[in-house]
Design a protein around this ligand. Structure first.
Ligand code: DX5
Ligand code: ZN
Length: 218
């Protein structure tokens, strides 16, 4: 059957040991490393930016999956590409000229993603599908780890899946993903699952088992 990828979000890692955490989670079976960039403006929290991403880049060869929760995003896309991001995702709600932002990401040699908040309809991306490599669907309101999964989004995941048709676009789910919620979105069409608290809980010895539990549930 179709393999669902697991992308641990380092938002839930120990920031004082970020390099070690990225190595540990890679060895524990992570497929991608999810990087949550927040600006305190588009979302009510601040995390890290290109220098921190660059500093951990050589700790793993996994895909660096960068989720930009910043407005504006365009002036910083080059810096995130230079820092070593492979996928760069902008929010539809944070980007006025979404078509232009997506072109800019591909022109930098990265995969282009768009993210939708739980309340944003899928029609927001109807006319940019051919510029997209990934659709990141939020199942929490962005800003913090450890929030509860919003079940209403599952129906939207189904709609997006059918809207994509046979285009090579991956659907990624972010927020409140646990072994209990993973099957709901996997069945609806998810290709990649982001998980912060469900991967990093229990300390380093638990990471491999936590990732295995998510994979098994999906
Ligand atoms: C929220 C972030 C998520 C978050 C997921 O704004 O985009 O990636 O870290 O954390 P959990 O899995 O704990 O909901
Ligand atoms: Zn995220």
């Amino acid at each position: 059957s179709r393999k669902t990828l697991i992308a641990p979000s380092i938002l839930s890692a120990d920031f004082s040991l970020l390099g070690e955490e990225v190595e540990a989670v890679s060895k524990a079976g992570a497929d991608w490393i999810h990087l949550d960039v927040m600006d305190g403006h588009f979302v009510p929290n601040i995390t890290f930016g290109p220098p921190v991403i660059k500093a951990i880049r050589n700790r793993t060869d996994k895909v660096f999956d960068c989720h930009l929760m910043i407005a504006p995003a365009d002036p910083f896309l080059g810096a995130f590409a230079d820092a070593g991001c492979d996928v760069i995702t902008v929010h539809a709600e944070a980007t006025i000229h979404l078509d232009r932002s997506l072109q800019a990401i591909r022109n930098l040699g990265c995969k282009a993603g768009v993210s939708l908040n739980p309340s944003t309809p899928e029609t927001a991306i109807e006319y940019v599908l051919d510029r997209l490599d990934l659709i990141l669907m939020m199942t929490v309101n962005p800003g913090f780890g450890g929030q509860a999964f919003i079940p209403a989004v599952v129906e939207k995941v189904r709609r997006v899946k059918s809207m994509i048709g046979n285009r090579p676009i991956q659907i990624e789910i972010d927020g409140g993903v646990t072994p209990e919620t993973a099957p709901l979105v996997a069945r609806a069409g998810a290709d990649v699952l982001v998980a912060g608290s469900a991967v990093f809980k229990g300390g380093r010895e638990a990471y491999a088992g936590n990732i295995r539990a998510l994979r098994a549930a999906a």
